[in-house]
Design a protein around this ligand. Structure first.
Ligand code: ADP
Length: 393
């Protein structure tokens, strides 16, 4: 739409090749009280198209007869150049076909010159401008909606891609432990009388089964959370109980990864309103990840403190770190950095999604930090202290 004039007048352009019509139209405008209009005139076809494209007028009065050609041809050509504007078509006499064709081309009004007076002209101009405003507003809304839909569509495509990738990972992760289990069973069969070999094989089976159980439990949990079916057992708990339970769960993984665990917890209890088991699961997931993504000989630290109204737990490691561009994504389900299917002891890419969901159900937040690849990672869980808690659950 044209921008308003500095004097606030409505800018009207007459496109008409007849100078007498210009004079008549000018006279009509002078009869409209209030001096609200500013009338300009172009008499040739090309100048008319240029003016519509320039968009410097609020409304165009377009004569149907323009020498050899017609106002409707002019409009069609302007439209081809993607130029639009509120147009009122003026004709010598009323003809249904012209009226219909004008409507089809989006003309705002169709006026017969012989019957024109100042009142009709003013009203027609106002309606044309109003209609153009509605159309512009509608276009704006459609454009905004289209943008929203494009964003939603891209998100759906991304989710679909992740899900496909996830299915491949899932198949791989569930199949992975089966080969060592089968081998161990085979060895147990052969080495019936050798207790050392039997014990080694049993330990292999136990470790692999533990992995599978962990994956399947995570899967069940994420599906429960997605369906809003995860029930939390809230109680008044010391955050250190959950940390202790997590360490117990994660010890075999930390040992296996040959990383040392450092514990820096506050001596005072830090009481939150939470689900002991689920918070234990949160810290265990973070410890397991720290072990998984830290080279042997590395360190994992867990600490607790109280910060204002929050219990704060840090889980930090000296491991592989997380590239800055991936950091904002790590809590999204199925996100994995540089994941290759050949990696053993991998995961499903849902551990951190679970962590975030459970923390949020406690009214808390979890954030991830890393100074980059090779520089370790840190996860910080903040939970409201009891009394300040307002869990969503
Ligand atoms: P996964 O099952 O792959 O471990 P998670 O949801 O637990 O899935 O983690 C998502 C991704 O975030 C991991 O694949 C890994 O790339 C990255 N990540 C998580 N924790 C750490 C960590 N402590 N150090 C480095 N990268 C990590």
């Amino acid at each position: 739409m044209a921008t308003p004039t500095s004097n606030g007048k409505i800018r009207v352009l007459l496109i008409d090749d007849d100078p007498d019509d210009h004079v008549l139209t000018r006279d009509l405008f002078s009869e409209i009280p209030g001096d609200k209009f500013e009338l300009a005139w172009v008499s040739d076809y090309e100048a008319g198209i240029e003016a519509i494209c320039a968009g410097e007028h609020d409304v165009f009065l377009l004569d149907y007869r323009l020498g050899e050609r017609t106002g409707l041809e002019l409009l069609a050509e302007a439209m081809q150049r993607t130029c639009h504007g509120p147009v009122i078509l003026l004709t010598g006499q009323s003809m249904l076909e012209i009226d219909m064709a004008a409507m089809e081309q989006g003309v705002a009004d169709y006026l017969e010159k012989g019957r024109l007076d100042a009142t009709i002209l003013e009203r027609s101009i106002r309606y044309a401008i109003q209609q153009a405003r509605y159309e512009a507003e509608l276009k704006k809304q459609v454009a905004a909606r289209t943008k929203d839909l494009e964003i939603a569509n891209a998100a759906l495509k991304d989710a679909d891609r992740r899900k496909n990738q996830f299915l491949a990972t899932l198949a791989h992760e569930l199949r992975n432990p089966l080969a060592p289990i089968r081998n161990a069973l085979q060895i147990m069969k052969i080495a019936k009388d050798n207790p050392t070999v039997i014990e080694q094989s049993r330990a292999i089976v136990e470790r692999q089964v533990r992995h599978m159980i962990r994956h399947i439990d995570d899967l069940l949990d994420i599906s429960r959370i997605t369906r809003g079916k995860l029930v939390l057992q809230f109680a008044s708990i010391d955050i250190h109980e959950a940390i202790a339970a997590a360490i117990e769960t994660s010890e075999p993984v930390l040992d296996e990864a040959q990383v040392t665990l450092e514990l820096h917890v506050s001596e005072e209890p830090i009481i939150v309103h939470g689900d002991r088991l689920r918070l234990g699961q949160v810290f265990a997931n973070l410890l397991n990840n720290a072990a998984k993504y830290t080279e042997p000989g590395g360190k994992v630290m867990i600490s607790s403190s109280q910060d204002g109204e929050h219990a704060v737990v840090h889980v930090k490691d000296t491991g592989l770190g997380i590239p800055a561009e991936v950091l904002p994504q790590v809590f999204k389900p199925f996100t994995q950095v540089n994941r290759t299917l050949s990696r053993s002891q991998g995961g499903l890419g849902i551990g951190l999604a679970l962590v975030e969901q459970i923390v949020q159900l406690h009214g808390g937040i979890v954030t991830a930090y890393s100074e980059g690849v090779g520089k370790g990672a840190e996860f910080i869980v903040r939970l409201p202290l009891e009394g300040d808690a307002n869990p969503e659950a």
